[in-house]
Structure formats: structure tokens, C-alpha cells
Design a protein around this ligand. Structure first.
Ligand SMILES: *[C@@H]1O[C@H](CO)[C@@H](O)[C@H](O)[C@H]1NC(C)=O
Ligand SMILES: *[C@@H]1O[C@H](CO)[C@@H](O)[C@H](O)[C@H]1NC(C)=O
Ligand SMILES: *[C@@H]1O[C@H](CO)[C@@H](O)[C@H](O)[C@H]1NC(C)=O
Ligand SMILES: *[C@@H]1O[C@H](CO)[C@@H](O)[C@H](O)[C@H]1NC(C)=O
Ligand SMILES: *[C@@H]1O[C@H](CO)[C@@H](O)[C@H](O)[C@H]1NC(C)=O
Ligand SMILES: *[C@@H]1O[C@H](CO)[C@@H](O)[C@H](O)[C@H]1NC(C)=O
Ligand SMILES: *[C@@H]1O[C@H](CO)[C@@H](O)[C@H](O)[C@H]1NC(C)=O
Ligand SMILES: *[C@@H]1O[C@H](CO)[C@@H](O)[C@H](O)[C@H]1NC(C)=O
Ligand SMILES: *[C@@H]1O[C@H](CO)[C@@H](O)[C@H](O)[C@H]1NC(C)=O
Length: 736
């Protein structure tokens, strides 16, 4: 049995518009009130004639409850359409008993996950006029979006140009009261509140990035005006509402996977996660995605927003595609004009027109009996008398207090890394160097004044750069699997929104209602890749989830590091996704369910546990061998070794020819002086489509210090360049 992790933590939506924090109270055993737990039982039996999952669930519960309680009162959800398990209110003692049972893979708390455009597609080299399959083909595909619901009346989801619902669709429109689907939005279900209607805006935003209609002439109060569009405007959307303003319960996330897989979605997009990685058997998204993969459905998940610290990527399962966020060439800037005529440029999404008003800058924030000077300088406490009607300077990023104290505007000290946040008032974040300039200007005159202009678009020649917030590798649990996998735009993205939310999601202080809004986060990059995967699938309907993922990874555009402190590949994986190239990758690294199952065996899960997960008898071929995990046919190469220890590691791979029948690929190695890399053989000659060829990459050496050694190989036939990074993490504490 997997270890029980009894920590109670909260998980999150991966947009930065949300306050992102995690509370993790180490569970103390003295408090043994029943809490919501998930009991994961793996695959459903192949023949379900005589098997009733719910009675099995009730029976297991009966065995751990004392005789007097009715198990039906503890059972919260049964998972029975696509995999097996249930959610129930359980005490620690009951958890321990259930975890010992042979039918059970894992028991873990149902944490609260939190949820974590348009120019972006042109930036990816994916213009409106891109080559597409006929509508009749693209419109057969369904993107399942697990998020905060959807605004069904949005122009992004109307069905003016959509044909009849695909016959294969088994889902339903159960969105609650006053919720109507159409031929574009063909399915809706909810697992929180009483409707699939999006109260936050996040779910409408992500769904429209993946598969929204083309909607011309939209913008955010004139900022970022243009055409909003998804990758696959003819594809269908099914919305599964798992999140509300409080977050997204693990038990509901798993229920949405259970439904979406059986409803018949083709791709799942989930911009939700934790602030830290979880073990595979205790992560509802990894579990749901495994069963999706087994049914041929690729799941795309956000990398998380806890960058740039090391190992902050929270999506780690090899069968998922994990998406980092990068900037695009359209940046949103905001200017502040000082009384002396100097202009400073910062970041914010400030919709407020200044009308040429030159407003006094508050000379001091402090000198109040109410607020300590230190808090006043940081705008954590401001005295109305001193700042009302003036612009305040704040040494740290703060918005609420300046607004509440009646300030006319705020200039804050913060390098947001080009990310603009929608603000409640005239507001600009200046990087420290420029913030010093406005402070010294304030010191230099008796009557300092400034004007904060409305935000505007500007060109960012440094794009794409991975956003500071984007979750970084390495993978905390499976060092052989490089995460994140790939990057996509996730900074200042304009897309559909919920008019009952507000652009800041502050329903008290913000009274703006919008149909399109600007958000940043790996939440926004994830649906770009979900859309690209759907686009690839429209051309290659028979490709496995791993083949689609391989096509996206090996054709990605290499990126450069954002800062000297960053290990590039831990920020962006293979690089920035390139939708047009991904259609025609030449070779793919395919992986089937059996390969993933063997990886689970090699990484330490025993036969009995893997049997439950995979539904196969005797799933593990031979004894567990950790060194074979790196032979999973992943399209990138990663390993962890010790410093000062000679290593000699070997990666076995198989590529499948999906390019030209008659083709010869030669390998090019980008050398790194720290290690020796060999590829055997160096030439692969194919005679037919779908032919497989095997090769080995060996990496050996001895690296004297902790570091990350990067290199790559490219297989090329002159037309297709099939690129894979190699990342050797030289650090302490691993199995090498
Ligand atoms: C249904 O929802 C729409 C969109 O919020 C709203 O305009 C309409 O008034 C609602 N109708 C009813 C009957 O509640
Ligand atoms: C601070 O307050 C004191 C008394 O309240 C006043 O005498 C002094 O001038 C104030 N200082 C500034 C810089 O406003
Ligand atoms: C502004 O003046 C204050 C008080 O004299 C001083 O402490 C501070 O260093 C000055 N700041 C700048 C940026 O000149
Ligand atoms: C929103 O509030 C502002 C003042 O805070 C007011 O000027 C404006 O008219 C309000 N807008 C709406 C749509 O109520
Ligand atoms: C699984 O069972 C087989 C056959 O009994 C055995 O050879 C193998 O060592 C087992 N593997 C694991 C990982 O438990
Ligand atoms: C790595 O090990 C293999 C055999 O295990 C050997 O053939 C090869 O020469 C070694 N390579 C290096 C560079 O030591
Ligand atoms: C493949 O190439 C070989 C020689 O390089 C040629 O004889 C053969 O006809 C080609 N086959 C096809 C299907 O083009
Ligand atoms: C690569 O490593 C494998 C396994 O250690 C070994 O059998 C093989 O000889 C090595 N090849 C080269 C070229 O070093
Ligand atoms: C590796 O060995 C060298 C030489 O003995 C030593 O200077 C260095 O500190 C060692 N590095 C680590 C990470 O232990």
C-alpha cells in the first residue's frame, strides 16, 4: 500500500488573479473528527455484469464503521463510470483500516485545490488562416474543460456556425437551473454549488483559449483589442465545474474525470493544481488522467504558479502534458508621468483614464498615530488624512489598503516580470530601480506630482520568456521524468470571462462587469496546449495521447533562459509549443498503457497495487528495477546522479515513423563538456510508415559539483527535426 499522507492541504486554480496560498496543517491524530477522504480502488472490473461498484463501496465502509452507523450516510461520492473508488467522511482510524484492505490502492484526504488571448496564437505562428481540417472533422472533437464552469451565453461559445452534435457523444447538459447548452457547448455538469455557470471567469477564460469561437473586436476597456479565438474554433466544449471561489475539492475533481472519460471527451484541459507535487496515488488529477490515458484521452495540466523556486512544478505524472507559461510579444505596460516630465514605465492592467490630471504625490505615508511608519511605507496601513486624493508610494505590492484609504492612485515597488495585474484604481508596479527614481523625485520637491496613465500595449522583443511564477522542475517524485514538458503563452492573455464576476474577482470593491478579461498564469498556458493537442488530433485521430504529446514536445521551439539563476529546461521543458510543426513531427516516441504500468512497477509499486490500478493480472514483468524507469519511452531524457561519482547511464528509446515512408534520420548531439554522450545507432533508416526503430542514449561522466548538465539530441531527415533535451541533475540524495 502507498504511504498515507495525512496532511490536510489546500490546492489551487493556477491563475494569478487568485490569492495563492496553501495551508497545510500536519494532521494531529488527537483530532479524529471524520474528514472527507478519497478511497482509490483502481480500475473497474472488466465485466461489470454482476458487479455493483456502489454496493462494494458501501460494503467496505460497513467494515470500518461501527455497527450502528449507516454507511450510506458517510458515502459522499462513488466513482464507477471510468474507474473505481469513492469519497467518504472518515476518521483517521477508519482511514488506516481501509488503507490495509486488499481492494484499496490508496486513501488520501480530499484536499481543496485552487484554480491556478488572442495575440498569443499569432505569436505562436498559428494565424487565423492556418491549414485546418474541414469543419466536419474538427467538429467531431470534444474538449473537456474541468474548471470553474462556463458562461454559456458568451459569444465565444455560441453555435452560430456549428453543425449537429457528434454521434459518439454520451454526455449530457446537466448544468443546473437556467443553464442551456448548444451545439458548441455540448455538455455541462457541476460538482460544486448548484450550477455549471461560471461565477469566477476562470473556466470561461480557459475554455475559450482552447476551443472558443473567433470573436472580433473584443478587448478589455480598449486594452489588447483584437480577435479572441481558440485553437480549434469548430471543436466542441464540455464544461465540468469543479471549482468555485473557495477552490476545487479533490473528491469533485475525481468525479469530473469519472464522468468526462465516459462521456466521450477527446482531450481534457485542467488548469488546477496544488502548490506542491503529490505522490501519484494520492493526486486525484494524476489518477483521473491515468484512466483518461487508458481510454486514449490526453490530459493537459498547468505546471502551477509557485515558480521560480526549484521543484515547484506540481504536475508530475508522465501520462500528463504539463504546461509552463511564457510571455508573448504583446506586453501590457503602464506609464507614470512625473511632475518634472520624466516618464517611468511599469506593469499593471489599469483601465482608469487619468484625463491629464496631475495629482499630488503624498509626501509621507507615515506620521500617523494609527499606523506604524514601517507599515505605512509598505501601504499595509495608511492614514486617510495623509493620503486621501493623493498618489501613494508603496515599498511593497499592495492594492487594497491604498484603495480603502481613499488614495487617488498608487505606485508600488515590485518587479512583476512583465506580468500585468488588473487593478482597482490607477496603479502601477515599478521595478526597484525605477521606484527609487520616483522616491527621489518625491524628495526633491515640495510639491511632487504625478499622472498615472491608462495601460497600453507595447512590443516585448524579449518574448518568449518563461514567467517568473511558472512552476519549475525538477520533478519531486520521478527524477527520470522531466517536468514541465513544454511552455505556452500565459501572461496577459485576453479571453472570455464571466460577467457576474469582476476583473479583479473582488466583488466588493470592483463593480466592473466584462465579457472578456485579461488573466495571467499557467492556467492560461495549459488550454493553449489543450487546443494544440486537439488540433493535432483533428489531423491524426488514431494517435495515442503519448504520440500527440511527443509531437508537441519534439517540435517545440527551443527557448532561452530567463535569468542566469534559472535552469532553462526546468522552466520550459522542451520549449515553446509550435502548433503547426506539431502536425508533422516525422517521428514520435509512443507509450502505451502497459509501458506506464511497467514504469509504476519499476518505480516501486508492488504487483497487487499495480493490478488494482491497471486492472491487469500480474502486471509487473520481473522485479522492480528503478534504473529501468528511465527506459519509459518519454520524448525527453532526465536523470539524477551524485556529484563526484562516476556514472554511466543508458536510456533506451523507440521511435515510430509518422513522416515519409522512405526516410533516413541522422542524429546530432549538442555536446556538453561535462559529460560524454553517445547515441547508438546514429542513423535510423525507415522503409515504411509506422515502422519502429530502437536506439540507446548513453551519458557518462563524473561531475565535481552540484549542477544541472543540459544537452540535447536531434534526429533529422533534412525535413523533420525531432528534438529532445537531455537533463542530468547532479545533486545529492538519489538512487544513482
Ligand atoms: C438566466 O441567466 C441569464 C444569464 O445570467 C439571465 O440573463 C436570465 O435572466 C436568467 N433567467 C432566469 C429565468 O433566471
Ligand atoms: C507629523 O505630525 C506632527 C504632529 O502631528 C507635525 O508637527 C509634523 O509637522 C508632521 N510631520 C510631517 C512631515 O508632516
Ligand atoms: C528621501 O528622503 C528620506 C528622508 O530624508 C531619506 O531617508 C530617503 O533615503 C530619501 N530617498 C531617496 C530615494 O532619495
Ligand atoms: C462603479 O463605481 C464607480 C465609483 O467607484 C462609479 O463611478 C461607477 O459609476 C460605477 N459603475 C457602475 C457600472 O456601477
Ligand atoms: C510481480 O510478480 C512477478 C510474478 O510473480 C514477480 O516475478 C515480480 O518480481 C513481481 N514484481 C513486483 C514489482 O512486485
Ligand atoms: C558504460 O558502461 C558500458 C557497459 O555497462 C560500457 O560498455 C561503456 O563503455 C561504458 N561507458 C563509459 C563511457 O564508461
Ligand atoms: C525507397 O528507397 C529505395 C532506395 O533508396 C527505393 O528502391 C524504393 O523504391 C523506395 N520506396 C518507396 C516506397 O519510395
Ligand atoms: C551504453 O550503455 C549500455 C548499458 O550500460 C551498454 O550495454 C552499451 O555498451 C553502452 N554503449 C556505449 C556506446 O557506450
Ligand atoms: C568533489 O571532489 C573535489 C576534489 O576532491 C572536491 O574539491 C569537491 O568539493 C567535491 N565536490 C563535492 C560536491 O563534494
Amino acid at each position: 500500500m502507498a504511504n498515507l499522507n495525512l496532511a490536510v492541504c489546500s490546492m489551487m486554480i493556477t491563475t494569478l488573479a487568485f490569492t495563492l496560498f496553501t495551508t497545510c496543517d500536519a494532521n494531529n491524530n488527537k483530532d479524529d473528527n471524520p474528514k472527507l477522504h478519497i478511497v482509490y480502488m483502481g480500475s473497474l472490473p472488466e465485466t461489470t455484469n454482476s458487479y455493483s461498484p456502489t454496493s462494494h463501496h458501501l460494503n467496505l465502509l460497513q467494515r470500518v464503521l461501527d455497527g450502528s452507523s449507516n454507511p450510506a450516510n458517510s458515502l459522499v461520492r462513488s466513482y464507477k463510470r471510468s474507474f473505481n473508488g469513492f469519497a467518504a467522511m472518515l476518521t483517521n482510524e477508519q482511514v488506516a483500516k481501509l488503507a490495509e484492505m486488499e481492494d484499496v490502492v490508496s486513501v488520501f484526504p480530499s484536499m481543496t485545490f485552487q484554480t491556478q488571448t488572442t495575440r498569443s496564437w499569432d505569436f505562436l505562428g498559428f494565424p487565423k488562416a492556418v491549414k485546418r481540417q474541414p469543419k466536419s472533422i474538427e467538429s467531431n472533437l470534444v474538449v473537456g474543460v474541468l474548471d470553474s464552469g462556463i458562461w454559456p451565453e458568451s459569444e465565444s461559445f455560441n453555435d452560430k456556425v456549428t453543425g449537429p452534435v457528434p454521434e459518439k457523444w454520451k454526455g449530457t447538459c446537466a448544468g443546473g437551473k437556467n443553464f442551456t447548452c448548444n451545439k458548441k457547448l455540448i455538455g455541462a455538469r457541476f460538482y460544486v454549488d448548484d450550477s455549471a455557470r461560471d461565477g469566477q471567469g476562470h473556466g470561461s477564460h480557459t475554455a475559450s483559449i482552447a476551443a472558443g469561437n473567433y470573436v472580433d473586436n473584443v478587448g478589455f476597456f480598449g486594452i489588447a483589442q483584437g480577435t479572441a479565438r481558440g485553437a480549434v474554433p469548430s471543436a466542441r466544449i464540455a464544461a465540468y465545474r469543479i471549482c468555485n471561489a473557495q477552490g476545487c475539492a479533490g473528491a469533485g475533481i475525481l468525479a469530473a474525470f469519472d464522468d468526462a472519460i465516459d462521456d466521450g471527451v477527446d482531450i481534457i484541459s485542467i488548469s488546477v493544481g496544488t502548490s506542491f507535487a503529490l505522490p501519484l496515488a494520492e493526486d486525484p488529477i494524476a489518477i483521473g488522467a491515468f484512466h483518461a490515458m487508458a481510454k486514449g484521452i490526453l490530459v493537459s495540466q498547468s505546471a502551477g504558479n509557485n515558480g521560480p523556486i526549484t521543484a515547484s512544478v506540481s504536475s508530475i505524472a508522465p501520462w500528463l502534458i504539463t504546461v509552463a507559461a511564457n510571455t508573448i510579444d504583446r506586453q501590457i505596460i503602464d506609464k507614470v508621468v512625473l511632475g518634472n516630465g520624466n516618464v517611468l514605465t511599469g506593469s499593471s492592467i489599469n483601465t482608469f483614464k487619468s484625463n491629464g490630471m496631475n495629482i499630488p504625490i503624498a509626501l509621507i505615508n507615515g506620521n500617523s498615530t494609527n499606523c506604524m511608519d514601517e507599515f505605512a511605507d509598505q501601504c499595509k496601513c495608511l492614514d486617510k488624512k495623509l493620503v486621501e486624493g493623493k498618489i501613494v508610494l508603496c515599498d511593497t505590492y499592495n492594492t487594497g489598503v491604498p484603495k480603502d484609504s481613499g488614495a487617488a492612485g498608487a505606485v508600488v515597488n515590485e518587479d512583476t516580470g512583465n506580468v500585468g495585474y488588473v487593478t482597482l484604481m490607477p496603479f502601477v508596479a515599478l521595478p526597484p530601480k525605477d521606484y527609487e527614481l520616483i522616491k527621489s523625485y518625491r524628495n526633491s520637491t515640495k510639491d511632487p506630482r504625478a499622472e498615472i496613465l491608462k495601460s497600453e500595449s507595447a512590443r516585448d522583443r524579449n518574448a518568449p520568456k518563461v514567467a517568473t511564477f511558472s512552476g519549475r522542475g525538477p520533478n519531486s517524485y520521478i527524477s527520470e521524468i522531466l517536468k514541465p514538458d513544454v511552455s505556452a503563452p500565459g501572461v496577459d492573455i485576453l479571453a472570455a470571462y464571466s460577467p457576474i464576476s469582476t476583473p479583479t474577482e473582488d466583488l466588493v470593491n470592483d463593480n466592473r462587469s466584462v465579457s472578456y478579461s485579461i488573466l495571467s498564469g499557467t492556467s492560461m498556458s495549459c488550454p493553449h496546449v489543450s487546443g494544440i493537442a486537439t488540433y493535432v488530433k483533428s489531423f491524426h485521430p488514431d494517435w495515442s495521447p503519448a504520440a500527440i504529446k511527443s509531437a508537441i514536445l519534439t517540435s517545440a521551439t527551443p527557448m532561452v533562459r530567463s535569468s542566469v539563476h534559472d535552469v532553462g529546461e526546468y522552466a520550459y521543458g522542451s520549449g515553446q509549443a509550435n502548433p503547426v510543426q506539431a502536425l508533422n513531427p516525422g517521428l514520435v516516441y509512443d507509450i502505451n498503457k502497459g509501458d506506464y504500468v511497467q514504469m509504476l512497477c519499476n518505480s516501486g509499486y508492488d504487483n497487487a497495487t499495480v493490478k488494482l490500478i491497471s486492472g491487469e493480472v500480474n502486471p509487473c514483468k520481473g522485479a522492480a528495477d528503478r534504473s529501468l524507469v528511465r527506459n519509459l519511452n518519454y520524448p525527453t531524457f532526465a536523470a539524477r546522479v551524485l556529484p563526484n561519482v562516476t556514472f554511466n547511464i543508458s536510456f533506451g528509446r523507440t521511435v515510430t515513423n509518422v513522416g515519409l515512408a522512405n526516410s533516413t534520420y541522422k542524429v546530432t548531439i549538442t555536446p556538453n563538456p561535462e559529460v560524454k554522450i553517445t547515441v547508438t545507432p546514429t542513423i535510423l533508416s525507415f522503409k515504411a510508415l509506422n515502422e519502429n526503430k530502437w536506439f540507446v542514449v548513453n551519458v557518462s561522466g563524473k561531475v565535481p559539483r552540484k549542477s544541472v548538465v543540459i544537452s540535447s539530441i536531434v534526429w533529422s531527415d533534412g525535413t523533420h527535426n525531432v528534438r529532445s533535451p537531455i537533463v542530468i541533475d547532479v545533486s545529492s540524495g538519489d538512487q544513482e
